[in-house]
Design a protein. Structure first.
Length: 285
């Protein structure tokens, strides 16, 4: 279900039709909001929860949030709520009068599988690691379409990062062609990345990670959505929702961003095809 200038910040506290709420002043949230405003091109009242609570009036029709804390703040039932950059968060539509729209952190499953196949043409068995309930639908959709790409998804749901060593030992050499860590906050950390990188490099199995930053820390590649692209997807959803179009549920940013590491690929026994290198957004030495 793929949807997909210097910034001028509006006067804070002024009640408007559309409200944007950031969990904090972190750069990724600001960047995503910039992407939202570039595409939305309408007045937006901006609030930062680390500074003050949002002021929502009777005329407010839509709220777009950036970050888990902002997504879980209490908003009036009647407003349309679009939430972004809240991995591991799944809000419940029950009891809400207004629509609820989630912008995924990843591109559509078909885009991810297509780019993985371009990076690793021999890929047939992909172990996908996740934990949060919010990732379940994404994994199921990926499993459903993966045969058309010649890939079998081995869904590996973990209870936490401490389970990585044992689970990786079960994935003995030859049983999988690559590892894929999803953008799941319950699993991403120094401990899990260390275990995955060690397994990847020791067994010559590529490791695909959810962000370019994790490629810099040893991942083979990432197929992700940039923060700006996530903001743009939220703007598209907001436009459709305010126009009264029947839009609801989880939507994906359309344009994937690919980062490759030549060194990590070599350590994992993968020679990246020239076409994949040419098509990548960023190639690390």
């Amino acid at each position: 279900m793929a949807a997909a200038l210097s910034i001028v910040f509006p006067v804070i506290g002024r009640t408007q039709e559309v409200i944007a709420v950031l969990s904090s002043d972190l750069g990724p949230y600001r960047e995503a909001f910039e992407g939202f405003q570039e595409s939305f091109k309408r007045p937006v009242s901006l609030f930062n929860l680390s500074e003050r609570d949002p002021k929502i009036g009777d005329k407010t029709r839509l709220v777009v949030t950036f970050g888990g804390k902002a997504a879980q703040w209490t908003y009036p039932d009647q407003v349309i709520l679009i939430y972004c950059m809240a991995p591991g968060t799944r809000l419940d539509l029950k009891g809400r009068k207004g629509r609820l729209i989630e912008i995924q952190m990843l591109p559509p499953p078909a885009s991810v599988l297509s780019r993985l196949k371009e990076i690793q043409p021999t890929l047939k068995r992909l172990a996908a690691f996740w934990a949060s309930t919010s990732m379940k639908e994404y994994i199921e959709e990926t499993e459903r379409i993966s045969p058309s790409f010649g890939i079998k998804i081995l869904s590996e749901r973990l209870g936490g990062p401490n389970e990585f060593p044992d689970r990786l030992r079960e994935l003995f050499y030859g049983s999988v062609d690559a590892l894929w860590l999803l953008p799941d906050p319950l699993l991403i950390g120094a401990q899990s990345l260390s275990a995955l990188k060690e397994f990847s490099w020791s067994n010559q199995i590529p490791l695909y990670v959810p962000t370019a930053g994790l490629v810099e820390q040893g991942g083979t590649a990432s197929i992700s959505s940039s923060f700006r692209e996530i903001g743009r997807a939220a703007a598209i959803a907001a436009g459709h929702a305010l126009a009264g179009e029947p839009i609801q549920g989880a939507l994906y940013p359309e344009k994937p961003e690919v980062t490759l590491s030549v060194t990590s690929a070599e350590k994992a026994g993968l020679k990246i095809p020239s076409r994949a290198l040419e098509n990548a957004d960023k190639v690390l030495p």
